[in-house]
Design a protein around this ligand. Structure first.
Ligand SMILES: NC(=O)c1ccc[n+]([C@@H]2O[C@H](COP(=O)([O-])OP(=O)(O)OC[C@H]3O[C@@H](n4cnc5c(N)ncnc54)[C@H](O)[C@@H]3O)[C@@H](O)[C@H]2O)c1
Length: 439
């Protein structure tokens, strides 16, 4: 089956490469000329484990190609996926749909035979109808059908998530389109993942509801962690104790500096806007957006408190800047709030991130970048762990102790054993583990 993927970003590139690996013939179209040229040379512009190898293998096998011309790509395609960005509209917070609608207009000008237009981007409920209206301005109604197929992959585990998802959701109301979508995802279904067919609007809603629910779990455990600090309980035991209850589930119960990334912040905000416009405000989600925003600031203040109430003139070694490990994605990373606040308070920040350096540097002016964790820690007044890269878990803590000027570690991800840190003479402050976060 010939498939076009509009947008060769995180989702488009991973989806395109995986669909090609299933044996489909996939062409990724992007308006970013330099990105397309790099991809044609086999250079993958993002860090995602296994992606470079997958792209290269399928390119070499002739199943995956890249172009800037939709007209050329669309020839003979059964389905055209829209996987462009839907960022927050500045000052408003709702999803900015301009890239999706631009793509829809380009599709309207490019297709000649019946084609399924699949909206993979995360879009407000009803966006599929809007895409349909745009296409119908130019095309006869029997030339296309619009389907919704939201993506649930996690950065850092994107290939595995795409190939063995918990489920594939397809919102489709046209029989021909349903048959084509079934054919596209047959390899996944054969491997045991269910395909959930729904109406288009339900499918669009499933994506928002899923993301917001996960964001809510993270925010919930963050608040429980704060309470643990006040009452002398250990949030890791609490997470384990509640997570073993199958009704709750163990995942997304790790406390930290607040959620970030390319999806949760913008999707939670977009849903609150959508709900308010629909006159069915979701107060729970409005609150979690507010709680999460404030948490990042509170985390910087925790560092300042741990450093005796002032970081003016202090050298702080920040380990980890990306919003989570195994990605170089810096979109809405908590570090983008925490680090500038520490700088405003007078700290000199030196940072190290295993993969995020290139993306982070232009976003964090005034930060000195180190080439290794140990170089970052050398001579610092405190270490601050923002992202839990495995490499940091494996640091030689004796060497860390020697490198630091003061043995102070603020660990926003709870990656070390409290007793081991104490035995080494650290002042170890983590999240939700005992009174006032003192490890
Ligand atoms: N990143 C994730 O983990 C993730 C997970 C699930 C869903 N999503 C959703 O998927 C969508 C895409 O996210 P992303 O992270 O891949 O975005 P991205 O910014 O990484 O990629 C978007 C790409 O689309 C290209 N583009 C924009 N307009 C175009 C056009 N008219 N024609 C061709 N190309 C165009 C851009 O140049 C860019 O390369 C968003 O709606 C997002 O919410 C993202």
């Amino acid at each position: 089956m010939r498939i076009v993927m509009i947008g060769a970003g995180y989702v488009g590139l991973v989806s395109g490469a995986c669909l090609a690996d299933f044996g489909h013939e996939v062409c990724c179209v992007d308006t970013d000329v330099s990105k397309v040229e790099a991809l044609r040379r086999g250079q993958v512009p993002i860090y995602e484990p296994g992606l470079s190898e997958l792209v290269l293998a399928n390119q070499t096998a002739g199943r995956l190609s890249f172009t800037t011309s939709l007209e050329e790509a669309a020839r003979g395609a059964s389905a055209i996926f829209i996987a462009v960005g839907t960022p927050s509209l500045a000052e408003v917070g709702s999803a900015d749909m301009r890239y999706v609608y631009d793509a829809a207009r380009a599709i309207a000008a490019a297709i000649k035979d019946f084609t399924v237009v699949v909206v993979k981007s995360t879009v407000p409920i009803g966006a599929g109808d809007a895409v349909e209206r745009i296409l119908a301005e130019t095309l006869p109604r029997d030339r296309f059908a619009v389907a919704s197929n939201p993506e649930f992959l996690r950065e850092g585990a994107a290939i595995e998530d795409f190939k063995q998802p918990d489920r594939v959701v397809v919102g489709v109301e046209d029989e021909r389109a349903r048959a084509i979508m079934g054919e596209i995802y047959r390899p996944i279904q054969r491997a045991g993942s269910p395909i959930v067919y729904t109406s288009r609007r339900s499918s669009e809603m499933i994506k928002y509801a899923a993301n917001v629910f996960l964001a809510m779990k993270v925010t919930f455990i963050n608040e429980i962690a704060d309470l643990c600090e006040q009452l002398g309980a250990d949030v890791l035991d609490v997470s384990k104790g509640i997570g073993l209850d199958e009704r709750i589930g163990a995942r997304f119960l790790n406390p930290g500096p607040g959620f970030g990334g390319s999806c949760f912040p913008k999707d939670t905000l977009a849903l609150t806007k959508l709900a308010a416009e629909a006159r069915a405000p979701i107060r729970l989600v409005e609150t979690l957006v507010d709680v999460n925003d404030k948490r990042k600031v509170a985390m910087a203040d925790k560092v300042i408190r741990t450093c005796g109430g002032s970081v003016a003139g202090k050298r702080l070694a920040v380990l980890g800047l990306t919003y989570k490990p195994k990605t170089d994605d810096m979109r809405d990373a908590p570090s983008l709030v925490i680090v500038p606040r520490l700088q405003e308070a007078g700290a000199k920040v030196v940072a190290y991130d295993p993969e995020g350096h290139r993306m982070a540097e232009p976003m964090l002016p005034g930060v000195e970048f180190a080439e290794s964790a140990y170089a970052c820690l050398e001579g610092a007044d405190a270490a601050v762990i923002i992202t839990e890269w495995d490499e940091f878990r494996a640091l030689d803590l004796g060497r860390v102790r020697k490198a630091l000027k003061e043995p102070v570690v603020v660990d926003m991800r709870n990656i070390y054993e409290i007793d081991a840190m104490k035995a080494l003479g650290f002042r170890y402050v983590c999240v939700g583990r005992g009174l006032n976060g003192q490890g």
